[in-house]
Design a protein around this ligand. Structure first.
Ligand SMILES: C[S@@+](CC[C@H](N)C(=O)[O-])C[C@H]1O[C@@H](n2cnc3c(N)ncnc32)[C@H](O)[C@@H]1O
Length: 359
């Protein structure tokens, strides 16, 4: 649609040619269904031609589109840490369209962060009512303590979230959240392998920030991730020899034994609780003398193993990581406490851990 067509529809409406306006607006909306002003004008023209029921439908669709735009503005405010104004936009979106799933989803997030679990649960339950096929709400309901705790985040939740987040990910993580994961992993690799390494695997590579950080220290890098949009950002950097769109466990099961000198995992294990099977695969895929370097959010003595937090992220206990590494056959585990990023101006207490396979 060109802007001219919408102006033409406005002229037809102003001149009283409502039947022609209806027909042109139908065409416009078929091609640009997110045009709020076109829905409003269409509803008005439908009323004029004596189709009040269709006019009500058009207004409802216009409200739904406007609610989505309003929720997107709220999401942007939330990303920048402005919960108060974000909340106002989500509440406005729900007034426009009680089924605006983005607004319910992000209000659930705000209520959960502010400790109002009952309200957060109500929003997540509403998301499930609106779209029972979404896996995110059930996952967050479990994170808030209702029902069985899953061992990892559902793949479709991870894909939906990171496909949506990919465009703003780098800027948001580095500028707003002061995220240090890739630099921490690269620093440990530099210190432990000062002469560099050969083939390397980047687990949950996302947009490729860890790949960038280790450039020059590693041979060919394979990146693995579930999100198409994150992978397309990684591909655009031109630094990965191969990018695999798959779950980490199945991607690692498909790698030949003893084929990598290093495996890196920056801020991905917050989406996986039970890590023993993946650790077994990492040990198998590492060549003798290889190193596996990963970050974790620290469970800080609240569990002996792993825990799904109210935030929807998994934390891990160091003792658990040491145990599953030893069970998998790693010869040593070294760890240091780090701050991986900020969350609402609070440091996220984390762990930087390296696991070695004996030479
Ligand atoms: C917080 S981002 C970190 C990205 C990157 N490592 C970095 O440091 O910038 C987490 C990434 O892990 C991916 N991810 C989460 N769970 C996964 C899984 N089970 N299998 C593959 N990728 C996964 C997400 O799609 C996302 O791109």
């Amino acid at each position: 649609m060109t802007p001219d067509e919408f102006f033409k529809a406005q002229r037809l409406h102003r001149d009283g040619d409502f039947a022609a306006a209806v027909s042109l607006l139908q065409d416009i909306l078929e091609h640009t269904p997110n045009h709020v002003a076109a829905w409003r004008l269409y509803a008005g023209a439908l009323r004029e031609v004596g189709r009040p029921d269709d006019a009500v439908d058009a207004d409802t669709k216009g409200n739904a589109v406007e609610a989505d735009h309003t929720a997107d503005v709220g999401a942007s405010l939330l990303f920048h840490g402005d919960l108060k104004r974000g909340r106002a936009f989500f509440e406005r979106a729900i007034v426009l369209d009680p089924d605006c799933i983005t607004a319910h989803w992000l209000l659930g997030d705000i209520e959960g962060r502010e400790g109002r679990d009952a309200l957060a649960l109500a929003h997540y339950r509403r998301c499930l009512e609106i779209d029972p096929t979404r896996t995110g709400p059930a996952y967050m309901i479990a994170a808030l303590g209702e029902g069985p705790v899953p061992e990892h985040a559902p793949s479709t939740y991870v894909i939906d979230f990171f496909d949506w987040y990919a465009e703003d990910f780098d800027e948001h993580l580095t500028e707003n959240l002061r995220y240090t994961g890739p630099l921490q992993v690269a620093g440990t690799l530099r210190v432990t392998r000062p002469d560099g390494v050969g083939p390397t695997i980047d687990l949950g590579c996302g947009t490729g920030m860890a790949g960038m950080a280790v450039q020059g220290q590693v041979g060919p890098i394979i990146g693995v991730d579930l999100s198409t949009e994150m992978l397309s950002k990684a591909e655009a950097r031109g630094i990965y020899a191969q990018l695999i769109e798959d779950d980490l466990l199945s991607a690692m099961q498909a790698q030949p034994g003893a084929s990598a000198d290093a495996i890196l995992a920056a801020d991905v294990f917050v989406y996986i609780g039970e890590l023993a099977p993946l650790f077994g695969e990492c040990r198998r895929v590492l060549a003798p003398g290889g190193i596996f370097i990963a970050t974790f959010e620290d469970a800080l003595a609240t569990t002996e193993t792993w825990k799904l937090e109210h935030s929807g992220r998994y934390t891990h206990a160091l003792a658990y990581l040491e145990k599953i590494a030893a069970d998998a056959g790693f010869s040593s585990t070294e760890s240091s406490p780090i701050v991986l990023r900020q969350e609402y101006d609070q440091p996220v207490q984390s762990l930087l851990v390296s696991f070695e396979r004996a030479a």
